[in-house]
Design a binder for this molecule. Structure first.
Ligand code: ADP
Ligand code: MG
Length: 300
């Protein structure tokens, strides 16, 4: 019990914050929110614990969170420990049979259970699965074409078992959320050829958010959101504006697939997608339950 004036003041402040959240709690009650979790937010133990608690809180207030996680650094660390050497074609890593086995081991094993544990430790019930479970993610081989600078002839590169989602069967997600459980998904897919494919977590999150017609797709990353040419945060972007920023070279590198997957999710029926800074504690709560709305909201 708090009985000093200070305790009472801070308790009152806390009560006020809860009261202010009411309209937001109403807005998102029953909503499906897909969260792409990775990068910096995943590497820092304190941030990771906070993330797990935030997801448990979402569930407690009636939101249906669906988590899709990455794990590139953890895969690289394991490849090193196993002294597996990578083959590169034109600077792009080839994922061979041995490597995709490690990818699956790390993503669907260690990392998937770590993320599940974060949420379970916070008192909610999360279930870790990979895109292979329940036929969730059907994968098709990703092909890259490069143009030879001298002859201008296009060549198709075979990068091995790297894929993209070709179809999503959301039944396993509905089965879990329908039982009050939180799905935690490792981005691995099964190809029609029976092979396992490594899928970029942004691609998996976008396809799943689209298939679920999610109210929100939240892409946690290591920058404040989409930045303009002067490195200033852009709070809101329409589909057309986003396409222009890619064409103009303002959006480059890893931000291109992130934005493209947000647009893809919107096209498939997601209501909104937000790219936000996972290094900020409580990024997910700030976005959903306050007026602050950090990051960049992409909408139709
Ligand atoms: P993640 O691990 O979250 O997928 P990525 O490194 O793949 O992160 O993608 C985010 C990166 O995209 C940023 O760190 C930044 O370097 C780069 N980037 C390129 N263009 C932009 C832009 N216009 N606004 C923000 N970030 C950008
Ligand atoms: Mg990336």
């Amino acid at each position: 019990m708090s009985d000093t004036p200070q305790d009472y003041a801070s308790a009152t402040a806390q009560a006020r914050i809860l009261a202010q959240a009411l309209p937001f709690l109403r807005r998102y009650a029953g909503a499906t929110v897909v969260v792409k979790y990775g990068g910096a937010a995943m590497g820092d133990p304190e941030l990771a614990e906070t993330f797990g608690r935030d997801i448990a809180l979402l569930k407690q207030v009636g939101v249906n969170p669906v988590i899709v996680h990455g794990g590139g650094p953890q895969i690289n660390a394991m490849l090193q420990r196993l002294s597996l050497k990578s083959e590169f074609i034109d600077g792009l890593r080839v994922t061979d049979e041995a490597m995709v086995e490690v990818v699956e081991m790390v993503l669907a094993g260690t990392v998937n259970k770590q993320v599940t544990g974060l949420i379970n430790n916070a008192g909610a019930l999360a279930v870790g699965i990979s895109g292979k479970d329940g036929g969730l993610i059907r994968a098709k081989k990703l092909t890259r074409t490069v143009k030879d600078p001298d002859s201008e002839i296009e060549r198709v590169l075979d990068l091995g078992f790297v894929g993209e989602p070709s179809a999503i069967d959301a039944r396993v997600i509905h089965a879990l959320t329908g039982s009050g459980l939180i799905p935690v998904i490792a981005p691995i897919g099964l190809g029609n050829d029976g092979h396992t494919y490594n899928i970029n977590a942004d691609d998996a999150a976008g396809a799943i958010a689209g298939a679920l017609h999610a109210t929100r797709l939240l892409m946690l990353t290591d920058v404040p959101g989409v930045l303009d040419a002067n490195k200033k945060l852009i709070p809101e972007l329409s589909v057309t504006e986003a396409r222009h920023l890619i064409a103009d070279g303002v959006i480059t590198g890893g931000m291109i697939p992130k934005v493209e997957n947000c647009l893809e999710a919107l096209g498939l029926g997601a209501k909104g997608a937000v790219i936000l800074d996972g290094r900020v504690p409580h990024a997910v709560l700030l976005e959903l339950f306050t007026e602050a709305g950090p990051g960049t909201l992409l909408h139709r």
